[in-house]
Design a protein around this ligand. Structure first.
Ligand SMILES: [Zn+2]
Ligand SMILES: [Zn+2]
Length: 115
């Protein structure tokens, strides 16, 4: 799997929040917050919410997964409302997702740093 994923029209649909209704999102053990985890790979500040139908400012980065993808988890910026969504939604074309598996993302950076 890749560190980051850019949403295209082929994988826009069928996303779900893994921690809806304000459930705790935990923290990345290396980056501390999932916002920082996202920023480290996206290389920018939190943008607009990743939900295609929403244009509010993202306030956090949280876990999403897509139907039929074996539970792979991705970190995406969402707004205050969308972080609580329990139903499926579509993501913006061009939305940047960061792999939520630290062995596929920030842990690799740490290893490179130590070489
Ligand atoms: Zn991280
Ligand atoms: Zn939103």
């Amino acid at each position: 799997m890749a560190h980051i994923r850019i949403i295209t029209e082929n994988d826009q649909n069928g996303w779900k929040n893994n921690v809806p209704n304000g459930a705790t999102n935990g923290n990345c053990p290396i980056c501390v917050s999932w916002e920082d985890h996202w920023k480290k790979f996206a290389k920018c500040e939190l943008p607009e919410c990743s939900n295609k139908d929403c244009h509010d400012k993202a306030v956090l980065a949280t876990h999403l997964s897509r139907q039929g993808e074996n539970g792979e988890k991705w970190i995406a910026p969402l707004c205050e409302n969308c972080k609580n969504k329990t139903d499926e939604f579509s993501l913006d074309k061009g939305a940047i997702l960061v792999n939520a598996d630290i062995n596929e993302s920030c842990r690799i950076l740490e290893i490179i740093k130590d070489l």
